[in-house]
Design a protein around this ligand. Structure first.
Ligand SMILES: NC(=O)c1ccc[n+]([C@@H]2O[C@H](COP(=O)([O-])OP(=O)(O)OC[C@H]3O[C@@H](n4cnc5c(N)ncnc54)[C@H](O)[C@@H]3O)[C@@H](O)[C@H]2O)c1
Length: 265
């Protein structure tokens, strides 16, 4: 690793990427400089030049994906093979075992996953390492409109959109949840990766018109203990599918991986 500040590239300039880019450009991440932004649309008043992936690979030490699963599918391996570290937010992409194996085997760049909108993954991973779990359950509750998906037919979309009260719209395994709700169920992937067992994690997705806060109830029981985390996040003003805290989780992850500070990990 060359001495000097880490050169950071951001992929995506929406609710997450714009704040991450702005804070790095403003010098709020010690030891990092913003080299450029990759985005499929033009950015007004960008805090750094827009560039293409091929240029980013020669100029960045770390790329931060804040764009969507398809970026990890299309570019993840090439980024890591070029020796560039990759910090991913769209961790649901790893529900595909083939992609997951390829990315985890690729290098010399290192793949990092931000915990994003949830916490407790460190303890879940510790318990998994100790003894594993008998059962892991995530119950996610969001505003109905943020859960409508392109694969739903009009009747199903209307049923969800107009529900007068809370309804369960999915119950099943974590991998399926992240595939069906790719922009909303990254948390299911994060928990499955933390416990290192996709089959052990069941997911319930609920649409609730009164859900001003996005709620993730994570419950795990096993020989190391019983864990229950309830996370209630305000949604991002820029994107109701995304919790407002996520850009700050990404900034924190970035500080940890570039070694800018010690402390809690
Ligand atoms: N881990 C978590 O807790 C968590 C939480 C929320 C979102 N996410 C992930 O983060 C992603 C971004 O969330 P957001 O709220 O910022 O979304 P957003 O829609 O507000 O912004 C996405 C940005 O990425 C750009 N983009 C999309 N596809 C691209 C591509 N192929 N190449 C280059 N740029 C591309 C868009 O133009 C836009 O600027 C989501 O798709 C989701 O997968 C993760």
């Amino acid at each position: 690793m060359k001495p000097g500040p880490r050169r950071i590239g951001i992929i995506g300039h929406g609710a997450i990427g714009a704040r991450v880019a702005a804070d790095i450009a403003a010098g709020k991440v010690k030891g990092a400089t913003l080299e450029g932004i990759i985005c499929r649309s033009a950015i007004d008043n960008a805090p750094a030049p827009q560039f293409e992936m091929e240029h980013a690979l020669g100029r960045c030490d770390v790329l931060v994906e804040c764009a969507g699963q398809e970026v990890l599918i299309e570019h993840g391996e090439a980024v890591l093979s070029a020796g560039v570290d990759l910090l991913a937010t769209s961790v649901g992409a790893l529900a595909d075992p083939h992609l997951s194996q390829r990315l985890l085997a690729a290098g010399p760049g290192r793949l990092f996953l931000t915990p994003g909108s949830i916490g407790g993954l460190d303890l879940l991973a510790s318990g998994a390492r100790a003894t594993g779990y008998d059962a892991v359950m995530i119950t996610t509750t969001k505003l109905p409109g943020s859960l409508i998906q392109p694969w739903m037919d009009e009747a199903e979309a209307d049923r969800i959109r107009n529900t007068p009260g809370p309804i369960e719209i999915f119950h099943g395994p974590a991998a399926r949840a992240t595939q069906l709700f790719p922009k909303s169920l990254n948390v299911a992937a994060a928990v499955a990766l933390a416990v290192d067992d996709w089959d052990a994690v069941a997911v319930s997705v609920r649409a609730d018109p009164a859900a001003e806060l996005t709620t993730h109830l994570i419950e795990a029981s096993g020989n190391s203990g019983n864990y229950r985390f309830e996370i209630c996040n305000k949604v991002s003003p820029q994107n109701p599918r995304t919790s407002g805290v996520v850009p700050f989780a990404v900034l924190r992850s970035l500080e940890l991986i570039i070694g800018a500070r010690g402390g809690m990990i």
